[in-house]
Design a protein around this ligand. Structure first.
Ligand code: TYD
Ligand code: MG
Length: 461
């Protein structure tokens, strides 16, 4: 059999070339040539092209069916045995679906997928763990630490060749299989290195083709780059049914899993985990922990955040110190940097707290990421409290709880799910909450939170 060769296709204009070049000879764009498989006879491509003209007469056409006539039975979902993961998936794995789990190295992707397979094996499902990163012995050592389900009964293969993996899947026919990871599997027919866009795309589409035809549920592990984008797998997002993002920092205990795409459920859910000695443990009482650990010192407030449809109380801390640098430092963890810039500008312009010569550090405690406008007020109050070295005043001497978006004119804007946030705060005895309903402007909120009557007075004037 003649080996099919690959070609390079420009992702901007579609120009095909035999060799890679830094610049597309067609449109002149840089770095747009991506290696692709030359269509084989069996894979559609050329064959389909040849028959197109013949099928114009109507032969080969299909009859469209009204949606009401389409047979659609709700299939039972496969529970992974990990409640938080099931809820993020929308109630468990849909049989035959392809789920991409992205996250930075060391975050716990292999641990999570091993645990899921262990539970599924214990429930009597046929499973298979394909590792292209670790040896079978390493996987065994991890599984032994986990003490979950039937971890040691999960069959494993340590293999990097795509063809071998496909052949094994075809023979073993597992119901659920983990591919760890899409970047380390290698398709011999493409000359680019494993992990390149061309390889990742080919690996994923071949696995998807086989998985859909054999109805194998696949958990595809993918690494993300430093800036948080799914490296390579970005091009897979449209291909898979579900994209889960595993977030948090390696050095921190808490990690969250959230869906950024889900064909079978909402993308609002998020699960919180903690990495322990025996693997990932679900954190069901995350709010209680974060509130319990809140320091109540200057620079610390509790934010009533939303993790998907679930309210979560997290501590936001700020530190303000005089700077030696021009421009001064702005360091954030768990928040959007641009959002901090906006909050600092509003603080300076509308609350008289100028920080042009100060370094500002803001941190969401516990490695949680809060990317919602509702975090603005918490950042503003934490920074103001740190700058003035005044501890925020909560009810009954407890930490101060708050939420709300800041407008550019210094007004407080309402955010979604206000009642749920208030209810969560009330559950932990945090009342009153500094929030848009009670205050119209940042100044008034600041006056309340820091007991700073001068700000409130200026407002009244
Ligand atoms: P791993 O699942 O291998 O991460 P990934 O596949 O995303 O690269 O595990 C990540 C880290 O978690 C690893 O550095 C060691 C740690 N870990 C624990 O703390 N406890 C455990 O029980 C396990 C299995 C791992
Ligand atoms: Mg891994």
């Amino acid at each position: 059999m003649a080996r099919p060769t690959s070609i390079y296709v420009c992702s901007a204009c579609g120009q095909e070339s035999i060799r890679w070049a830094g610049r597309c000879p067609g449109c002149g764009e840089w770095n747009t040539l991506i290696e692709q498989m030359q269509p084989r006879g069996g894979r559609g491509g050329a064959a389909a092209r040849g028959s197109r003209s013949e099928s114009r007469g109507g032969a080969g056409a299909v009859v469209p069916v009204a949606l009401s006539e389409v047979a659609a039975h709700q299939e039972d979902r496969l529970s992974t045995g990990i409640g938080e993961l099931d809820s993020v998936l929308g109630g468990g794995l849909v049989p035959g679906s392809l789920v991409l789990i992205g996250g930075s190295p060391g975050i716990g992707k292999s641990t999570l997928t091993t645990m899921a397979l262990a539970h599924l094996a214990a429930a009597g499902r046929r499973t298979l763990y394909v590792s292209a990163e670790e040896s079978a012995a390493q996987i065994r050592l991890r599984a032994e630490r986990l003490h979950v389900g039937d971890a040691l009964r999960v069959p494993v293969i340590a293999e990097t060749s795509l063809d071998t993996v496909l052949a094994t899947l075809e023979r073993e026919r597992p119901e659920v299989c983990v591919i760890d990871s899409v970047q380390t599997l290698h398709c011999a027919e493409l000359s680019s290195a494993a992990g390149s866009v061309a390889q990742v795309r080919e690996v994923a589409s071949e696995i998807m083709r086989l998985a859909k035809s054999l109805r194998i549920t696949v958990l595809l592990v993918g690494h993300v780059t430093k800036d948080g984008a799914l490296a390579g797998p970005r091009v897979l997002e449209h291909l898979v049914d579900c994209v889960l993002q595993f977030e948090g920092e390696r050095e921190r205990t808490y990690r969250t899993v959230r869906a950024i795409k889900n064909r079978f459920g909402s993308t609002n859910e998020a699960g919180v985990f903690e990495m322990r000695d025996q693997g990932l443990v679900e954190v069901l009482d995350a709010s209680a922990r974060f509130v319990g650990e809140a320091t109540r010192a200057p620079g610390s407030v509790v934010l009533c955040a939303m993790e998907g449809s679930r309210p979560l109380l997290v501590e936001v801390q700020a530190l303000v110190s005089s700077s030696e640098l021009v421009p001064p430092r702005r360091v954030v963890a768990g928040l959007d940097r641009n959002r901090l810039a906006l909050v600092l500008a509003v603080l300076g312009r509308h609350a008289g707290i100028g920080l042009g010569t100060a370094d500002v550090f803001v941190n969401v405690v516990g490695g949680v990421r809060v990317e919602e406008p509702g975090a603005d007020l918490a950042v503003a109050l934490a920074v103001a409290s740190a700058a003035k070295r005044v501890a925020p005043v909560g009810g009954d001497g407890g930490p101060l709880a708050c939420f709300g978006e800041l407008g550019l004119t210094g007004e407080l804007r309402t955010v979604a799910h206000a009642e749920r946030r208030l209810a969560e705060a009330a559950k932990f005895g945090l009342a009153p909450v500094v929030a848009p309903g009670a205050h119209a402007t940042l100044r008034s909120a600041l006056g309340d939170a820091l007991g700073d009557t001068s700000a409130a007075r200026m407002e009244a004037a």
